[in-house]
Design a protein around this ligand. Structure first.
Ligand code: GUN
Length: 292
C-alpha cells in the first residue's frame, strides 16, 4: 500500500510555482496577485483563508484579504467584486464559501470575471471544463488529478466511482476522470444511488467526496484499489490543542490495507487544493487561459 503524500507533492508543486514566479519577475513581469473575500468568522473558513494567504507568501505572490461582517449586503459584495474585476493588478479572486444565507452564492460566483475565477466555479469555466476547452479547473479536482499523474496511477480503461455530486468536487471530478487521456469509465454516485456497495466493489479507483465521516468501509473496496479521500470534517477531540481533529470520508485504518494507493486525512488531498489554487493564479497571471 502506498500513501499518496499530498504534503510532499504540494511542496514540490509550490517549489515549481515559486521558480516560475522568480523567472517572471526577473523578466520584468509583475508578481502574481490573489485576492480573497471572507465573510463572517466561521472557524473552518478562517483556517482555509489563512492557509491560502500563507501559501501565497511562500511562492512569492501578493495577496489581499477583504473581510466583511456577516451583515454585509449582497449588493455591497457584488460591488466589491466589480472593483476587483477591474483592478489590473489582481490576477485571481476567490470568495470563500459558504456565504451567509441572505447572499446568493450563485450571483456572487457569476459576478466574478471568468478570467480571474481561479476557483473555477464560474459557469463559463465549468462549461469549458465539460467541453474539454482551456479553463480554470477547480482546485480540489485539479489537486487530485496532479496526485494521480505524479504517482503514475494507471487510469486508461479503469473503472472509477465518484461518491458525491457537488459542484465543487464530485461533478467536476466525474468530468475530469472521463476526459480523453485519462479514459476511466466513471460512475457518479450520490445520496439516491442504489446498491452503492456493489458499485464500489467493482471500482479500480474510488473518489469519496460526500462529506460523511468514515463512510467508505473496507467491505466496499476491492483488493488493489486506489482510494482518494476528499472528506475533511472537523470532529471534537480532547487530544489536540485546537479541540478538534480532521476526519475523512474513508475508514482509513481498515480500508488502507486493501489498497494499492490511498490518500490520508490530513495530508492527502487538502494540501493539494491550496497548491492548485496557486497554480491557477499563476496561470491567470501568465494569461494562459484567457489572453486579454
Ligand atoms: N469552501 C470550501 N471549499 C472551497 C474552495 O475551494 N473555494 C472557496 N472559495 N470556498 C470553499
Amino acid at each position: 500500500m502506498i500513501r499518496l503524500d499530498g504534503k510532499q507533492t504540494s511542496a514540490t508543486l509550490k517549489r515549481e510555482i515559486a521558480e516560475q514566479v522568480e523567472q517572471l519577475v526577473k523578466a520584468g513581469g509583475k508578481q502574481p496577485h490573489l485576492a480573497a473575500i471572507l465573510v463572517g468568522n466561521d472557524g473552518a473558513s478562517e483556517t482555509y483563508v489563512a492557509s491560502k494567504v500563507r501559501a501565497c507568501k511562500e511562492v512569492g505572490f501578493k495577496s489581499s484579504l477583504f473581510r466583511y461582517e456577516t451583515t454585509v449586503t449582497e449588493a455591497e459584495l457584488l460591488s466589491k467584486i466589480e472593483d476587483i474585476n477591474s483592478d489590473r493588478d489582481i490576477d485571481g479572486l476567490i470568495v470563500q464559501l459558504p456565504l451567509p444565507k441572505h447572499i446568493s452564492e450563485e450571483k456572487v460566483t457569476e459576478k466574478i470575471d471568468p478570467s480571474k475565477d481561479v476557483d473555477g466555479f464560474h459557469p463559463q469555466n465549468m462549461g469549458r471544463l465539460a467541453l474539454g476547452s482551456p479553463c480554470f479547473v477547480s482546485a480540489t479536482p485539479h489537486g487530485i488529478m496532479e496526485l494521480i499523474a505524479r504517482y503514475n496511477i494507471q487510469t486508461s480503461g479503469k473503472k472509477c466511482v465518484v461518491i458525491g455530486r457537488s459542484n465543487i468536487v464530485g461533478r467536476p471530478m466525474s468530468i475530469l476522470m472521463s476526459q480523453k487521456g485519462i479514459d476511466t469509465t466513471v460512475t457518479l454516485c450520490h445520496s439516491r444511488t442504489q446498491d452503492l456497495k456493489e458499485i464500489c466493489l467493482e471500482a479500480d479507483i474510488i473518489i469519496a467526496a460526500l462529506g460523511k465521516v468514515e463512510f467508505l468501509k473496507a467491505d466496499m473496496v476491492k483488493e488493489g484499489a486506489t482510494v482518494i479521500d476528499v472528506g475533511i470534517t472537523r470532529v471534537p477531540s480532547d487530544k489536540t490543542k485546537s479541540g478538534w481533529k480532521l476526519l475523512g470520508d474513508v475508514d482509513f485504518e481498515n480500508v488502507a490495507p486493501k489498497c494499492n494507493f490511498i490518500t490520508p486525512v490530513p495530508g492527502g488531498v487538502g494540501p493539494m487544493t491550496i497548491a492548485s489554487l496557486l497554480f491557477n493564479t499563476l496561470k491567470s497571471a501568465k494569461k494562459e487561459v484567457y489572453n486579454s
